[in-house]
Design a protein around this ligand. Sequence first.
Ligand code: UDP
Ligand code: MG
Length: 314
Amino acid sequence: MKTPTLYIVVPCYNEEECIETTSSQLSKKLSSLIKKDKISKESKVVFIDDGSKDKTWSLIKKLPDTFIGIKLSRNRGHQNALLAGLMYAKDHADICISIDADLQDDTDAIDKMITEYANGAEIVYGVRSDRKTDTWFKRTTAQSYYKFLSALGVDVVYNSADYRCMSKRTLEELSKYPETNLFLRGIAPTLGFKTATVEYSRHERIAGESKYPLKKMLGLAWDGVTSFSVKPIRLILNTGILILFVSIAVILYSVIQKILGNTVSGWTFVICSIWIIGGLQLFAIGIIGEYIGKTYMETKNRPRYIIEEIHQSK
Ligand code: UDP
Ligand code: MG
């Protein structure tokens, strides 16, 4: 196998404090990998400026030629910036590793990712071995979120974020997903192919503050649920069915109460009506929801299958 060309994709939003350190660390990493003949000399680092309001872009433009800068016209959010970088890289590189600009993810895992790629993995996920540097709040909410997603039937790699190595092939398949509500860590597992994971420990940010305030984090989390699962809609339908069953019990109860003479006039009718109408309404909303859910999934226009290999004996 020829030595692959690696592009490291780094989305940046107001990261002026990080650019210098990050670029020098990543450039050292590239040089050492080139020296070991693990990647080709054409390998590069791509910085995507996600509409920063500080000096990020002017700093990126000053970097030497191992670096490529892509400037988005305005802030479009981490996932879109990342996608822009990946889609650029797929036309130039054989493999692409995405990493955050704050280098919280250990760059030494890059070596292991490339080894896994050489062993045949098309997607290599970086998985956090511990979350010691995260706050208690971030750790618990993130981990419960991963569990919640799995419970909803969304296939995510536990404790993996957007630190990932993807081959040209998988990026080409990813480009066929035209959806706008992006949750890349949910899409990657749906691509299939041979995958591997490498563990790394997460550090503190090298400089600056998190660009993911609670509001953006909740937005991403919500996209993760609603872009992959129609189970919340099914929950409405199931509740409707349950209430219709409960109303049978309520009807029996109210009729018995009436026979026993424990009721005022009209009570039985009102109680039965409330339960039946309530159940019917939820049931009807649930059915409409099922169709909306299906329409929603159809509008995503995702590929229905991806062919990995075609074999024909000669
Ligand atoms: N980021 C981005 N656009 C945004 C927000 C964040 O490109 O609107 C980038 C940011 O520059 C960083 C990465 O996304 O490279 C992850 O953000 P951050 O490290 O602030 O998130 P945290 O690690 O705190 O979850
Ligand atoms: Mg970070």
